[in-house]
Design a protein around this ligand. Structure first.
Ligand code: UD1
Length: 432
């Protein structure tokens, strides 16, 4: 167990290199299960969710070889096992993608229900299951496992599916299952996040026939087999947004490198409203905040709207903006648990259902705070770096699920942050 100790109050300067997208990697690794041959995946982030998924693939019989710290070769040619135990699946939300990929490849999957970040509300997967059933699978939830199998033989059958809810997970899972099905699948009202396009591009580069990813309708013509190949994962939109929010909160000037600026538009637009300067230079953004922060209102939406995964980080910035800002969380029923920790630092926030009303304060003060999920944890680093005095952040295992080298990257920007081991006798107190 570790905690992060942060000495706040300094502006950030320098360059930060953005890693491969977590939410693409955690879908592409399960997708590799469907490939007969070796997939070489580049720009893979070194984060704990990736390590966990790679170890699940190994347990299933895959060959996994690290070429360097951000490139891995996966060979699933000899995988025959389609059961993923509770201990593995519960530790990662994205383990639900193993259902779609195993079902697509073998016509059967037996995967424990997923875990991952708990935002304080329910995170149903009914749309995933509805999709699998439409593709001709029988699906049962029993003793904490999802047992799914193709009713007719070992392959699913293409179908028309209309999602009741715009869901990232359901869109990708149905795309995975349908890639090796017989015939054409048309999925409507799908999510359009950049990592959905990335997963479709990965599958297509391995021989799949998927069209329309990034629009409201995706058409998947099932192919007989996927073959090996090389693929490089896109940069992480949310990691980039996190560093942009950090310089907004702390002041200073940083260059956020190796990104796709277009993916950042929804975040850039809000930072500009807050008085932050953002300039596009090729595949980088130069982000500068010199003057005061200005209040703004934010409503989270599916892409290309403002991402719910940036909501806590931008809330940290708004805690320091002049005036009253309102955040409306419209993707998840509840995602404001972190605000109690911000209040310990002197933030003025009232939560009412899916609204957070933030009255900006002149400064925050360092405190002992606890990360309750991945993005809330990132927001706590931002608040702590901007605050006066020392903060101690526990629950950092959530942060390490999704941020590669977060300590090193902030230190390179001039942040005073270090990881400290928590003596065992203090762990119970720290994790509450
Ligand atoms: C994914 C991301 C997560 C991000 C979220 C929204 C991954 C691994 N995780 O999560 O970081 O916060 O997208 O951008 O990529 N819903 C249903 N039924 C379903 C599925 C979803 O009602 O079957 C609801 C959810 O409760 C939520 C909304 O739809 O209210 C969106 O969820 P979804 O897009 O599916 O999020 P995840 O795939 O869980």
């Amino acid at each position: 167990m570790k905690k992060y100790v942060v000495e706040g109050g300094n502006p950030l300067f320098g360059e930060v290199h953005i890693s491969g997208a977590k939410n693409a990697a955690v879908a592409i690794i399960p997708a590799a299960l469907m490939v007969n041959g070796v997939c070489r995946i580049e720009n893979i982030p070194r984060i704990s969710d990736v390590s966990l998924l790679l170890s699940i693939l190994q347990d299933l019989g895959a060959g996994v070889r690290s070429i360097n710290s951000n490139t891995v070769e996966i060979d699933c040619t000899h995988v025959r096992n389609a059961k993923v135990p509770y201990d593995s699946a519960r530790r990662c939300r994205a383990s639900y993608y193993l259902i779609g990929s195993l079902l697509g490849r073998f016509g059967m999957a037996d995967v424990a229900l997923p875990g991952g970040c708990d935002f304080g509300g329910t995170r149903p997967i009914d749309q995933h299951l509805k999709g699998f059933k439409a593709l001709g699978a029988a699906v049962e939830v029993q003793s904490g496992f999802i047992n799914a199998y193709a009713i007719q033989g070992s392959r699913l059958t293409g179908a028309n599916i209309f999602l009741d809810k715009v869901s990232v997970g359901a869109t990708i899972n149905i795309m995975l299952a349908a890639a090796l099905a017989d015939g054409l699948t048309v999925v409507e009202n799908v999510a359009k996040e950049p990592h959905i396009v990335d997963v479709a591009n990965f599958l297509n580069s391995m021989g799949a026939d998927i069209k329309g990813a990034g629009t409201d309708v995706i058409k998947i013509r099932g192919v007989k087999e996927l073959h090996g190949g090389t693929y490089s994962i896109i940069p992480d939109q949310i990691e980039a947004g996190t560093y942009m929010a950090a310089v907004a909160a702390c002041g200073g000037q940083i260059k956020v490198c190796n990104i796709i600026p277009k993916h950042m538009d929804c975040i850039t637009a809000k930072l500009l409203e807050m008085g932050v300067e953002v300039e596009e230079i090729d595949d980088s953004l130069l982000v500068r905040r010199i003057g005061p922060l200005i209040k703004t209102n934010i409503k989270t939406m599916p892409y290309p709207g403002f991402p719910t995964d940036m909501q806590p980080q931008v809330a940290a910035v708004l805690c320091l903006a002049q005036g009253t800002s309102i955040i409306t969380e419209s993707v998840f029923s509840s995602r404001f648990r972190y605000t109690d920790e911000f209040k310990r630092m002197g933030a003025q926030i009232q939560v009412d259902g899916n609204l957070a009303i933030i009255e900006g304060v002149h400064h925050l003060t360092g405190a002992q705070i606890q990360a309750c999920d991945l993005r809330a944890g990132a927001a706590m680093i931002i608040a702590a770096l901007a605050a006066r005095g020392t903060s101690e952040i526990t629950g950092v295992q959530y942060i390490e699920r999704g941020y590669e080298d977060v300590i090193e990257k902030f230190r390179k920007l001039g942040g005073t942050i270090s990881a400290v081991e928590i003596p065992e006798e203090n762990e119970a107190l720290s994790v509450g």
